[in-house]
Design a protein around this ligand. Structure first.
Ligand SMILES: Nc1ncnc2c1ncn2[C@@H]1O[C@H](COP(=O)(O)OP(=O)(O)OP(=O)(O)O)[C@@H](O)[C@H]1O
Ligand SMILES: [Mg+2]
Length: 368
């Protein structure tokens, strides 16, 4: 797929800016705080309806405004699509496909797919488990748009169950229907995450081997809070129920839900060593790049169309060998949008073909 055109109105520091992309590679060049990451964030929002940086839509709207709009024109099979997302300070959103308002998120998701890689992702290795869960969730949303509904349902069940647990007078009978809902929705989440990691693991391992050209073996392992060894929803439910019963007292004491996929973990190892304790910064970067390329390959295989690759300030940090390798991998196959503060840090082959755009204070223009 190809994002041909993007139009931002009152989004972050953009007042009214249109961009037409040309060629397979675009480099956005600008000093710090000019709007490079903001532009990539807008594309990620069209792809996932999720900002990689903030929770509240109010932060995405230009200061002093009440409404922001992101529009994109995507060339894809079988037909091109015009996407629009309206954000309001109140948090209410409108999403449109070809000027038709869509009621459900699933009717909007899937028209544009993108893999986003920023320095925030380097936290995937060392950061909190929540960041790794978020990564699984955002990948699943693009693979299976219905997952976003499932995730929202699960999160609502956890919130409501926690609200009950905070009441001192709550009885097991009152909790029982919420236990059931937690198990039903939670088991479906666990199964999907489990399957995703199963599919990503061999791809990530191969990419890691190719990019690092080392003998180190990467493993990616899903470690659900409800341990499962089989890809079987019934087995997951039984184990979930058992753990809930075992933790019932602790949950009453701590007044919060202690069992379920909101406490899942993903574990990365290099040659059997925990990457979070062992990997150098360069190794972490290579590991995350391998994960992102695995994600790209998986989306490409499943849908038969290549997603966009968005690289926010990470390319120039790679050494020449890895840059060159990345270039051969994506070649002219993948629409890639890259941000940088410094063109000089790019390998010459990157520069010869790429469209070069300057970004300054929320305005964009082509480099002469
Ligand atoms: N809601 C908003 N309204 C107006 N301006 C905003 C809003 N949110 C962010 N900004 C501005 O956008 C700028 C940051 O943009 P962005 O993160 O895209 O920078 P960048 O070009 O990627 O910089 P860096 O090279 O440091 O990563 C900041 O100056 C910030 O003040
Ligand atoms: Mg930035």
């Amino acid at each position: 797929m190809y994002l041909q055109h993007l139009h931002l109105q009152h989004f972050r520091n953009y007042t009214d800016q249109a961009v037409t992309f040309q060629g397979q590679q675009t480099i956005l060049i600008g000093d710090n705080a000019q709007g490079k990451s903001n532009l990539l964030e807008a594309i990620v929002l069209l792809a996932t309806l999720h900002s990689p940086r903030v929770q509240r839509d109010a932060d995405l709207i230009q200061s002093g405004q009440t409404l922001a709009q992101i529009q994109g024109y995507v060339l894809r099979q079988p037909d091109p699509a015009e996407l629009a997302l309206v954000l309001r300070a109140s948090g209410r959103r409108t999403w449109m496909v070809n000027q038709q308002v869509q009621r459900r998120q699933v009717d909007f998701l899937g028209y544009l797919r993108a893999v986003f890689f920023s320095c925030l992702d380097l936290e995937l290795v060392r950061g909190s488990p929540g960041q790794r869960r978020d990564w699984l969730d955002q990948t699943l949303v693009q693979l299976e748009p219905l997952y976003s509904q499932l995730l929202q349902d699960y999160q609502r069940v956890v919130r409501q169950r926690n609200a009950l647990l905070r009441q001192d007078t709550v009885t097991p009978a009152q909790l029982a229907p919420w236990d059931d809902l937690l198990i039903q929705t939670g088991a479906r989440l666990i199964r999907r995450r489990y399957q995703l990691v199963e599919r990503l693991q061999p791809l990530a391992q191969t990419w890691h081997h190719r990019i690092s050209q080392s003998k180190e073996v990467l493993t990616v392992r899903y470690a659900p809070a409800v341990p499962v060894s089989v890809n079987d929803t019934e087995a997951i439910r039984t184990e979930f129920q058992r753990q809930l019963a075992a933790k019932a007292l602790a949950e009453r004491m701590q007044k919060t839900t202690l069992v379920g996929p909101h406490r899942d973990e993903v574990i990365f190892t290099l040659d059997g060593q925990l990457a979070r304790h062992y990997a150098s910064q360069g190794q972490q970067r290579t590991l995350v790049l391998a994960l992102k390329l695995a994600e790209l390959e998986l989306l490409e295989t499943v849908f038969g169309e290549t997603p966009l690759l968005l690289l926010d300030d990470v390319l120039a940090e790679l050494d020449q060998k890895r840059q060159r390798h990345l270039l051969t991998v994506i070649a002219d196959r993948v629409q890639t949008i890259i941000t940088t503060t410094d063109l000089a840090r790019f390998e010459p082959p990157w520069l010869t073909h790429a469209q070069q755009l300057y970004v300054e204070q929320g305005r964009i223009w082509p480099r002469e």
